[in-house]
Design a protein around this ligand. Structure first.
Ligand code: ZN
Ligand code: ZN
Length: 383
């Protein structure tokens, strides 16, 4: 069966532009549309012929091949040629697509209006990064490895073997969905030929088996600024999973957590450190050495008569405030340690001290017990 020339079928010149082709195709498709010609076999054949011609000429590569070699170049069946012999309804979707184009969102298809079919945005990734308080203080550059899929380098993400290109799915015309007429109803469903992608890969890329992306471990350098706090989220746009078939990549979210420190507690930019001091230092005064988050040490003067829970502030030795020049303070809270495991001699010394002690030495105790006494006395009076 000899085939008519595609240009002749569409009634256009060999030099016709893309838009001229489109206009001609629309006109003819409307004329021969099966809805307008119910039961007309000839119209059905014409309609398919018009569709076939347009599918070929609308594709730059196929058109060039057709111009040089004629039908032989494009209709060898299987690979290369537009797949024919589809259900009737499938052609209708081509029509709908061509007429209504991107104005028709796929209802319930999960695709935005006008979005290129099959192009899926890559998933966002979450990475939990735990750092020490010292690292939060100084900031750091952390190298992380994330298992992710990246665009296949062999095929640049198209999924097609080198030298070939994915072609627009002929079943759905690139729409990703097909419509089938059933009585009065037109039913739309995901294209069975391309599974909604809108294009088909005849010659899949050997590296990615046509998926367009491969699983890789990616190394990424993350800059953690000084002063970060627990629970902070750093967003790295476009560093998530790569998109499918040329879709945009997702984002990478780095969730920071800070390991508990053995002796510093943090409250915003301030740091707290509980330091035990001896009873004698607390009573007689003295100097203690305390740690600083930057790794250094500093001296704190303990005045005579210091009580447990007394706080000493060391200005500017806390955490830096994120993206500012401010720095928090370090609070040293002392806790007076009661001596234990006393020798006989030590006991004697303390007993000797106790015998000589008066309320002057323990004003707080004296004050407290006199209050308690007053409370019970006045209580019993009231009763
Ligand atoms: Zn590939
Ligand atoms: Zn399709």
């Amino acid at each position: 069966m000899s085939k008519r020339d595609y240009y002749e079928v569409l009634g256009v010149a060999k030099t016709a532009s893309e838009s001229e082709l489109k206009v001609a195709f629309r006109k003819l498709a409307m004329v021969h549309h099966p809805d307008r010609n119910p039961g007309d076999k000839e119209a059905e054949i014409k309609f398919k012929e018009v569709n076939e011609a347009y599918q070929c000429l609308a594709d730059g590569q196929k058109r060039a091949a057709y111009d040089r070699f004629g039908h032989a170049a494009v209709s060898q069946g299987g690979a290369g040629g537009p797949g024919f012999g589809n259900e009737f309804g499938d052609f209708m979707s081509d029509i709908f697509e061509n007429f209504f184009g991107d104005g028709r969102g796929a209802p319930g298809g999960g695709r935005g209006r006008g979005g290129a079919p099959g192009r899926e945005r890559g998933a966002d990734l979450r990475y939990n990064l735990e750092i020490s308080l010292e690292e939060a203080f100084a900031g750091k550059t952390e190298t992380i490895r994330i298992p992710t899929s990246i665009a296949c380098e062999t095929c640049s993400g198209t999924g097609a073997k080198a030298g070939s290109k994915p072609r627009t799915c002929s079943t759905c015309g690139g729409y990703g969905r097909v419509r089938a007429a059933q009585g009065f109803f037109a039913i739309e469903r995901t294209c069975p030929n391309c599974h909604g992608r809108g294009e088909v890969v005849d010659d899949p890329c050997p590296s990615c088996s046509g998926a367009g992306r491969v699983n890789r471990e990616r190394t990424l350098s993350i800059n953690v600024p000084a002063g970060v706090d627990d629970g902070l989220r750093i967003r790295l746009a476009g560093e998530g999973e790569s998109g499918l078939r040329g879709g945009p990549a997702g984002d990478l979210y780095v969730f920071l957590s800070i390991k508990p420190h053995p002796f510093f507690q943090r409250d915003g930019a301030d740091l707290f450190c509980r330091v035990p001091i001896s009873m004698v230092t607390a009573a007689l005064s003295g100097e203690i050495t305390v740690p600083v988050i930057d790794g250094s040490q500093t001296q704190v003067r303990i005045p005579a008569g210091t009580q447990t829970a007394k706080q000493f502030r060391i200005k500017g030795k806390g955490m830096p405030v994120l993206r500012s020049r401010e720095v928090g303070d370090l609070y040293i809270q002392v806790s007076v340690e009661t001596p234990q495991n006393l020798t006989k001699r030590q006991r004697e010394l303390l007993q000797e001290f106790d015998q000589s002690a008066s309320d002057e030495n323990h004003p707080e105790s004296a004050g407290f017990f006199s209050k308690v006494r007053d409370f019970f006395v006045s209580g019993s009076t009231r009763a």
